[in-house]
Design a binder for this molecule. Structure first.
Ligand SMILES: Cc1cc2nc3c(=O)[nH]c(=O)nc-3n(C[C@H](O)[C@H](O)[C@H](O)COP(=O)(O)OP(=O)(O)OC[C@H]3O[C@@H](n4cnc5c(N)ncnc54)[C@H](O)[C@@H]3O)c2cc1C
Ligand code: SF4
Ligand code: SF4
Ligand code: SF4
Length: 395
């Protein structure tokens, strides 16, 4: 029976609870808003299955010794590209699977804007899964649903964070030719409870009006300066860019990531998925011709299956092969977990007791030294004194 001695050793993937033959494991949210398994010991028959399918307790083996290959790409369909977080490659992969009669699993919103995994069977519903949601997505029953489709010989595309793909593979415990998996380079996932509190804060600011549509990464000001957008029932819209929106500010300072993200067991170039998707940060320095600030994806092909699927969508992509070191130069989240910031504990000590905006303002404001340095760099930049800037930064 699973015994969690440290919170960092559980990703909340749901493999254990889905597998338990007695259904005596419930996922319960802790005071930080993250789910952990709780076992009803009266019902447990000590079969050990939960430990065998936990990808942290029993690490899974790589199915394919394929050496990952990197590409810079974007979808030639500009409408889809602009409606996606980076280059819109997810949609092409998903459409290729749906065209073969398959099904696609990924993270979407429910009617209350909680983030949860769901299944899509028609191309017109893919917008539910499109675009990053910076909140942990609840797997719920989707591992079991995917298994049922696999057993019916339907082609299944399962997408999610690397730990969710690890959980699925561990739960299935065997390889399926009709399963394709796609993960992401994952910085970490914020707490669903903090997201809920943020939404309540925004609703109050909107005069109590309910949200109708939410997008974390609108590209109206560009891909690099993306913005959070919440449209309300009264035809008003809240819009702030990533440096100003309160939820994004706290996320980017790592104030409320899941503890397992700070010790992530899935950071590596080689993944358990067939394809890894990411933003190609730094593309303007590496391949300037692939940068137009509308979104460029970094794609890592992880297996023969991933390669075959990628070749089938290549005609709909602008695409260039890239050296792996160059590809990951500006994306440390691929291989290194974010360290725990000292303000994480302060955040949770104040969360729920003080106003959300006050906590975030206090914990994300720049120090006096940083503000002086930023102002100095701006002035020097205007004057074009580059050498002076370098010297100032060194001090
Ligand atoms: C929490 C999170 C952290 C990320 N961190 C990084 C990073 O550090 N560096 C980087 O380069 N890229 C990161 N990404 C990936 C990047 O934002 C894009 O999702 C990726 O490039 C795919 O873009 P796209 O345009 O092809 O497709 P899009 O349509 O934008 O992406 C849709 C895909 O994202 C999945 N997805 C969306 N939200 C979630 C979620 N909450 N949990 C699991 N899967 C989700 C969907 O299931 C679907 O597969 C992160 C994404 C998320 C969700
Ligand atoms: S040991 Fe078996 S019965 Fe007990 S919680 Fe784990 S899977 Fe369920
Ligand atoms: S990592 Fe997944 S399988 Fe392991 S204990 Fe946590 S929820 Fe269960
Ligand atoms: S950082 Fe690691 S543990 Fe956290 S969500 Fe991403 S893959 Fe899972």
């Amino acid at each position: 029976m699973i015994q969690l001695d440290k919170k960092q050793t559980c990703t909340g993937c749901h493999a254990c609870t889905t597998k338990c033959p007695k259904q005596c494991i419930t996922m319960i949210s802790d005071t930080e808003g993250f789910w952990y398994p709780q076992i009803n010991k009266e019902e447990c028959i000590d079969c050990g299955l939960c430990e065998r399918v936990c990808p942290i307790i029993t690490p899974i083996k790589f199915e394919d010794p394929f050496n990952p290959v990197a590409y810079a790409c974007y979808n030639t369909n500009e409408k889809v590209r602009l409606a996606s977080s980076s280059g819109g490659v997810f949609t092409l992969i998903a459409e290729a699977v749906l065209k073969q009669g398959g099904v696609v699993f990924g993270a979407g919103f429910d009617e209350d804007f909680n983030v949860c995994h769901q299944c899509v069977e028609r191309a017109e519903n893919l917008d539910k899964l499109r675009m990053s949601k910076y909140v942990q997505s609840k797997i719920g029953e989707t591992y079991r649903e995917a298994e049922n489709f696999l057993k019916e010989n339907r082609l299944v595309l399962f997408t999610g964070t690397p730990c969710q793909i690890g959980g699925l593979k561990a739960y299935l415990s065997k390889s399926y030719d009709n399963l394709i998996t796609q993960d992401i380079i994952c910085h970490g996932i914020p707490s669903p409870m903090v997201w809920e509190a943020y939404l309540a804060f925004r609703k109050k600011s909107a005069g109590g009006c309910a949200a109708r549509r939410i997008a974390f990464r609108r590209k109206d000001f560009g891909w690099k300066r993306y913005s959070v957008s919440i449209s309300y029932g009264n035809d008003t819209e809240y819009r702030q860019d990533l440096t100003q929106d309160l939820f994004m500010k706290g996320f980017l300072k790592d104030l409320y990531l899941r503890p397992s993200c700070h010790a992530c067991a899935f950071k590596s170039i080689k993944r358990h998925s067939d394809i890894t998707l990411a933003d190609f940060w730094g593309i303007e320095n590496i391949l300037p011709e692939m940068f137009d600030d509308k979104g460029t994806s970094l794609v890592l092909i992880q297996s023969k299956k991933g390669k075959a699927l990628f070749e089938s969508i290549e005609k709909d992509l602008v695409c260039q092969n890239v050296n792996m070191d160059e590809a990951l130069k500006y994306n440390p989240a691929a291989i290194r977990p974010a360290p725990i910031p000292k303000n994480r504990e302060v955040f949770y000590n104040r969360f729920g007791k003080e106003l959300f905006d006050k906590i975030i303002h206090d914990l994300t404001k720049l120090s006096f030294k940083t503000r002086v340095r930023t102002a100095a760099v701006k002035i020097l930049n205007k004057l074009g004194i580059k050498e002076q800037i370098k010297k100032t930064l060194k001090k």
